[in-house]
Ligand binder design. Structure first.
Ligand SMILES: Cc1ncc(COP(=O)(O)O)c(C=O)c1O
Length: 439
């Protein structure tokens, strides 16, 4: 990651290229391959993931959290099993939110005991599926769920490890997309802890392992994360005390952010690391917590920087004085880059012309996709080299919440291929879809 705690300057794309990739002649090189050659070999639109960058993000975070927490990959960020496998091979567990993600986690090589299941609307058949197959913990999010997990576990003659997911009070949250503090469908309000412990009492097939807290995503301030994590430890101490149990696990959630927009701060891992000793000491001093493992479960931070979304220009046109570059890719594959995945303000992801890297950005244009909606805009009035049909564009920071968070069926364009590049070797990890004949 960018090593310093600076605000990204105007040229975020340039900074990211320097940090993660290289440029050879006029070409962007990813994992030893030019984007141009990958686009020729595998076609466009195309997701490209660089295994080395993903491993590096994991290793840097692991080093920063050493002595404090272990890492689970939140597979919703990128559910391709080949991507998740990169983290599993480095020792990560997997956090899932559905039985479908359970299967993907298993395909990625995760052992059942290293999978955590959170999500506000787990169905009975999903609970059956994971309880039958084995699961590390189920994170409880409603009173109905407490009863349903107990009943299903009893039916299978099993005891299931569970954690209480808490929606924290406002003082303990932060991030761009807040999921705590306000009324929320996720988890139990902090104020309900007593009622939850009462509901768990006498549930002979549920084994209370600990707490799960997820207070927000895209958090770029180390200080905010440390505040949340401290609050997570405080709540854990309270749960342990009130339930009279020693806790085995404390899941502090994900939410670690990456820079997407000019001016975004880069999360300062060094500041995070330096802020941990008081938390480590606090946990060590509490006999009910000292044996518990702490978990951090990021998605975006691990998978985001290693991914690019590449599209080919199909037309360059003028409309009333404005230049529009129309590409074969768009919001149906990358909703987040179009600004339509929960963003309050529409701003542009970092974007480059990967086969024209050294040319001056001489033209101001808007880059749009093929859908019949103005929402399908990938960049608004950006400076790019003079692009024409056949040229390529690449959106950086696209390895998380890309394809899986996009309306792929909207307007019937085939889903793109996904390719993993590992030290110069590219493999297709999801085949490109084709037009299906009507009969
Ligand atoms: C419970 C839970 N854990 C982890 C994550 C991963 O978040 P991020 O990608 O911001 O780290 C999410 C994202 O919504 C989540 O809901």
């Amino acid at each position: 990651m960018l090593a310093t705690d600076k605000h990204a300057g105007k040229d975020l794309a340039g900074q990211l290229v320097n940090e993660y990739f290289s440029v050879k002649d006029n070409d962007l090189v990813v994992g030893g391959r030019t984007v141009r050659s990958l686009a020729e070999e595998f076609g466009t639109p195309l997701y490209i993931y660089d295994a080395a960058i993903m491993r590096r993000c994991f290793a840097q975070l692991k080093a920063a959290l050493a002595g404090f927490a272990e890492i689970y990959f939140s597979i919703k960020a990128n559910p391709n099993p080949a991507v998740a496998a990169l983290f599993v091979q480095q020792g990560a567990g997997i956090e899932i939110a559905s039985a479908g993600e359970y299967e993907r986690a298993r395909r990625a090589g995760a052992k059942p005991q290293n999978i955590l299941f959170a999500g506000p609307g787990k169905r009975d058949d999903e609970l059956e599926h994971v309880i039958r197959g084995g699961i590390g913990e189920i994170h409880l999010e409603s009173f109905e769920e407490i009863d349903r997990v107990e009943a299903i576990a009893a039916r299978h003659g099993k005891t299931v490890a569970v954690a209480i997911r808490i929606n924290p009070v406002a003082s303990a949250q932060g991030g761009a997309m807040r999921m705590g503090g306000k009324p929320s469908p996720f988890g139990f309000d902090e104020e309900q802890i007593g009622d939850v412990l009462a509901a768990l009492a006498g549930k002979t097939h549920l084994d209370l392992a600990g707490l799960h807290l997820f207070a927000g995503t895209q958090i770029l301030e180390a200080e905010t994360l440390l505040t949340q994590w401290k609050h997570g430890l405080d709540l854990s101490a309270r749960i342990a005390r009130d339930s009279g149990r020693t806790l085995r696990s404390i899941d502090l959630g994900g939410g670690l952010g990456i820079p997407y927009y000019a001016g975004d701060r880069t999360l300062d891992l060094d500041a995070l690391r330096k802020g941990l000793p008081p938390l480590i000491a606090m946990k060590a001093a509490d006999p009910l917590l000292q044996g518990a493992r702490v978990i951090v479960e990021p998605g975006r931070y691990l998978a985001g920087p290693g991914g690019l979304y590449v599209a080919r220009v199909v037309a360059s046109k003028m409309s009333r004085g404005s230049r529009f570059i129309v590409t074969d890719g768009g919001m149906h594959h990358h909703l987040a880059a179009s600004g339509n995945l929960g963003q309050v303000m529409k701003r542009d992801y970092p974007i480059v012309a990967p086969a024209r890297m050294t040319e001056p950005r001489a033209e101001t244009c808007s880059i749009v996709g093929p859908l019949c909606t103005p929402l399908d805009t990938l960049a608004r009035k950006v400076d790019m080299p003079k692009l024409q049909a056949g040229d390529l564009i690449a959106i950086l920071q696209s390895g998380a919440y890309g394809l899986s968070a996009s309306p792929v069926d909207f307007l019937g364009h085939p889903a793109p291929a996904e390719v993993l590049v590992d030290d110069g070797k590219a493999s297709v990890i999801r085949e490109r879809e084709n037009f299906a004949p009507a009969d």
